[in-house]
Design a protein around this ligand. Structure first.
Ligand code: RAM
Length: 919
């Protein structure tokens, strides 16, 4: 060890022993990737933590976990449920709980202590989880509701249904309340109150599922809300996806859009300090009314609220509910009750409108300045009975009125009838809109921007990534992507938030989900979506194109259902979570067997449904290209994806130790590759099929192209992109999944940068040029047929966001979950700096590079307990310095080799500052 480092070790020993405050911390304790989850039904949950340290090369050497059944025990360092003992390991993710068997309602409090190569740490902060109601017998509550419509309701076509209000008063016993827990599911959506206080700040709960297969419930600690003596619990039920929004006129109340009338399951358990338990459970002793202020609520059509019908005090004690009727016991949904682990949906941000203008005497147009998803809060005062109407759109017509053609059949109208108080502030409960503009009619007086606020609503997840560069177009595209991604999370990833669709289309998210995982901690949402997909699998093995399958479309192609297999890989690589692969392997395999036996002939999968969807059309008004030269052969799409599935399943089989399967998938992949190349690769012209960029790119990037043809095939991609598309995007959404990475991997990052900085058609920059603040569904979203023309879709992003982070930022997982990071920034001519960061499961990774006066300067942060392989653009090792010294002489920096124009080093955790002359 060199002298200096001995000095630092001694100094740090002195520092640590002389003060309690240490510069390393254990934070972010998670159970099953969630922070303090309540009511889970996983009996051997996995525990994880992060280590924060500014020091270099910090590694965990051992850990000890304590899990206790009470905080007091944990504080006394007693793990009555589990004491892992000291485990020598660097694992800080997914430690499987191996203590006492956990039962329904168990509260678990836990903490962890680690030793590192630098020191022994103090115990961490405390975290917790609780187990929900595991057995049918635990549920005393019964499903209650009203299985019929009231006079204002409409059960045909565009449905209309008033919200249902349920209430129950109860008295607590004359003892001290130790704890109170509410287990609740309200279908489609619920809002719950105890003694007038709202329980939780979630909206649109529980998150949507195929209710015939599963139903989520939420668990809340409501101890603080329980009063001595009389108490009241009240719940409002909205329709959500349970009471469908559209029925066929001739087929009343049928189809996958209709599960039933709203219903409630609620169980409040009060535990007294003497250990006794009081249960208040939903049943027919509750009262119900449909005669409240929410007259209609529907995600497509909006919410109608009549404040004159407010039921003042209905969710508090001593309310006169004699006009209400008794709730009925109704049939339980067929689906299995499950504790919801994926995040709830919440108001995540509030934005102020930027302007308001008068369109005609009674009509105003409000501009939020951003295409957003959520709802509008309004403050108004006026005469009782006056009605204000709000209609929402993403764009305006040239005359300044709303452009509603692309909303299709959605009515997107909220209305509020005033009760006549001095000032009334209202926002809806059970609807949401995708909008930038709002048409306001009937507003008493003159509305100003101050009367309104935009509530941005999506799943509560951390915004884990930051990205900016020296290019303003790139930055605006990233911002548009950020708004589009957050706007299309709704307990499932949706295709769009504004028209009468909002469905979980699989193909849109295949690679997009990976890009999104750099921006948001979307792990639990996608894990839940894989469950939705599995639940939608048919007996015969077929996987649909939409899940949950509110639109049952089983068209049997590879590119849409393939997202099931691809996203499991994303969760493993990006978050280090193997579980989705373990859990879904059999279903994936079953799907592949189904496809194989039904469609694969001579190793070719020729069935496809959507083609290279949304290939930029040759003329501005087309939705889809009609030019055969732009269309990629169905069999090319089908077979390249089929091959990709085989290679992923081979990888999964290996991980799971299924050696027979490994062999089967590997052999089949070899055979498919050979047949595919024999049939579609022209070895003279080195083109696949009709030479579309997508055909060549998929074969190349999936590793199907024999080595000797790879350069030729890539040259064709380049020629086609530059000659026929003049350096513009040359694929639809299937090819776009590999476009940016493919161009960069094979040596043309300059073309990738050109594609992303274009401001003319077709490009993401063209959208920006045309004032888009989100990503469009179509490259020609400003001119195409409005029938399929959402202004907030994320599918055309392809691998763009992955490219921003992995390539421009140089932040890529070399080992699952970023335990080892490959930091290899791509620094093309034309970009002068990139700042990127990702708060990974191990901690924050940062990469900020700039070109300054002929010098490339790169500051990076590697989280504790991880390592990185860093690539500095350089032609010789001695050109590279770290914090002012030649890099190879620095203690914590290990030179590996010169490779492909980079000097490669291995480093441990900490902050580094590299520089080298610009190449
Ligand atoms: C559209 C959807 C979706 C796409 C399908 C094929 O209706 O908006 O994004 O996946 O078509």
């Amino acid at each position: 060890m060199k002298k200096k480092s001995i000095f630092f070790v001694l100094l740090s020993m002195f520092l640590f022993s002389s003060c309690d405050k240490i510069n390393k911390e254990i934070t972010d304790l998670r159970c099953e990737y969630a922070i303090n989850p309540q009511g889970i039904d996983i009996l051997t949950p996995r525990l994880s933590w992060k280590m924060v340290s500014d020091e270099r090369d910090v590694k965990q050497l051992s850990y000890r976990i304590l899990v206790a059944s009470s905080l007091d025990l944990l504080n006394a360092d007693t793990g009555d449920l589990w004491d892992s003992g000291i485990v020598e390991s660097d694992a800080s993710q997914n430690i499987v709980y191996a203590g006492q068997a956990l039962k329904s309602r168990t509260n678990c409090y836990w903490k962890v202590k680690v030793t590192t190569n630098k020191d022994e740490q103090e115990w961490s902060e405390t975290a917790s989880w609780s187990i929900g109601l595991l057995n049918d017998a635990d549920w005393k509550a019964q499903w209650a509701g009203l299985d019929k419509a009231s006079p204002d309701d409409v059960l045909k076509g565009k449905t209309r249904l008033a919200a249902r209000y349920l209430r129950k008063e109860f008295e607590t016993e004359n003892k001290t309340v130790k704890s109170a827990t509410l287990y609740i599911s309200g279908l489609g959506l619920y809002e719950a109150y105890i003694n007038g206080s709202r329980i939780g700040d979630q909206v649109f709960s529980p998150t949507p599922t195929d209710y015939d297969k599963s139903v989520k419930y939420n668990t809340f600690d409501v101890t603080k809300l329980i009063a001595g003596g009389k108490n009241a619990i009240g719940v409002t039920l909205g329709n959500g996806r349970y009471f469908g929004m559209r029925f066929d006129d001739n087929q009343e109340l049928t189809g996958r859009q209709y599960f039933g009338f709203p219903k409630l399951l609620a169980q409040l358990e009060i535990t007294y300090s003497d250990g006794s338990l009081q249960t208040v459970a939903s049943d027919d002793s509750w009262k119900i009314t449909t005669n409240g202020p929410i007259r209609a609520n529907n995600e497509y059509d909006g919410e109608e609220y009549d404040a004159t019908k407010e039921l003042a005090g209905w969710n508090k004690v001593d309310y006169d509910d004699s006009a209400w009727q008794a709730a009925e016991l109704v049939a339980a949904p067929a689906g299995k009750l499950e504790g919801q682990l994926n995040p709830n949906i919440k108001i995540m941000e509030t934005i102020q409108p930027i302007s308001i203008s008068q369109l005609n005497s009674d009509t105003y147009i409000l501009d939020m300045g951003q295409n957003m998803v959520g709802w509008l809060q309004m403050t108004v005062s006026g005469e009782k009975g006056k009605q204000v109407k709000l209609r929402f759109s993403e764009v305006l017509q040239p005359d300044g009125s709303l452009y509603l053609a692309n909303i299709r059949g959605a009515q997107v109208t909220d209305s509020y009838t005033l009760k006549g108080e001095k000032s009334e502030t209202w926002e809806p409960s059970f609807t949401y809109h995708g909008f930038r503009f709002v048409e306001i009619t009937g507003f008493p007086g003159v509305p100003t921007v101050a009367h309104f606020a935009g509530k941005v609503i999506y799943d509560e997840m951390e915004n884990t990534g930051r990205f900016e560069s020296s290019d303003t177009t790139v930055n605006q595209i990233y911002k548009n992507a950020y708004w589009g991604i957050r706007g299309n999370y709704r307990g499932m990833p949706t295709d769009c938030p504004q028209r009468d669709e909002r469905m979980g289309w699989l193909g849109d998210r295949a690679v997009g989900s990976q890009g999104e995982s750099f921006v948001f901690d979307n792990h639990l949402l996608y894990a839940k979506w894989l469950d939705d997909i599995e639940e939608s699998q048919r007996e015969d093995g077929s996987i649909p194109d939409v899940a949950p399958n509110y639109w049952p479309i089983y068209s049997d192609n590879m590119t849409w259902p393939g997202a099931y297999v691809i996203i499991a890989n994303m969760l493993y690589e990006q978050f280090g979570d193997k579980e989705p692969i373990v859990k879904h392997y059999d279903s994936m395999k079953r799907w592949m067997s189904y496809i194989r036996s039904k469609y694969v002939k001579d190793n070719i999968m020729a069935k496809d449904t959507y083609g290279d969807w949304c290939m930029p059309p040759e003329s501005p008004e087309l939705i889809h290209s009609e030019d055969p030269a732009r269309k990629t052969d169905a069999a090319v799409l089908g077979t390249t994806f089929y091959f990709r599935m085989l290679t992923l399943l081979e990888k999964y089989a290996k991980m799971l130790g299924k050696s027979d399967d490994v062999q089967l998938f590997a052999d089949e992949a070899t055979a498919v590759k050979a047949s595919f190349n024999a049939k579609y690769l022209n070895t003279e012209t080195m083109q696949y099929s009709n030479n579309t960029v997508t055909a060549n790119l998929l074969a190349l990037c999936y590793g199907m192209t024999p080595e000797e043809y790879q350069k030729g095939v890539f040259d064709n991609i380049v020629a086609k992109t530059l000659d026929d598309f003049k350096g513009h995007v040359s694929t639809g959404l299937v090819g776009a999944q590999w476009l940016m990475r493919g161009l960069t991997d094979y040596g043309r990052p300059d073309i990738a940068l050109k594609i992303v900085t274009n401001r003319d058609y077709p490009s993401w920059g063209y959208m920006v040029e045309n004032d888009a603040t989100t990503i469009w569904e179509l490259w020609n979203g400003n001119t195409a047929d409005p029938g399929m023309n959402s202004h907030n879709h994320v599918m055309l992003l392809g691998d763009l966001v992955v490219w921003f982070y992995e390539y421009l930022g140089g932040i890529k997982a070399a080992e699952p979950g970023f335990k080892k990071i490959e930091m290899k920034p791509c620094t093309p001519e034309g970009l002068n700096f990139v700042n990127a960061s990702l708060n990974s499961v191990y901690g924050k990774i940062e990469s900020a590079w700039k070109k300054e006066a002929e010098t490339f300067i790169w500051k990076i942060t590697v989280p504790a307990n991880t390592t990185a392989v860093v690539y500095i653009p350089a032609t010789a090792e001695n050109e590279v310095s770290e914090s002012g010294k030649q890099a190879s002489t620095v203690e914590d920096v290990k030179f590996v080799e010169l490779r492909d124009g980079y000097a490669v080093y291995e480093i441990g955790s900490g902050k580094y500052n590299f520089s080298a002359p610009c190449k």
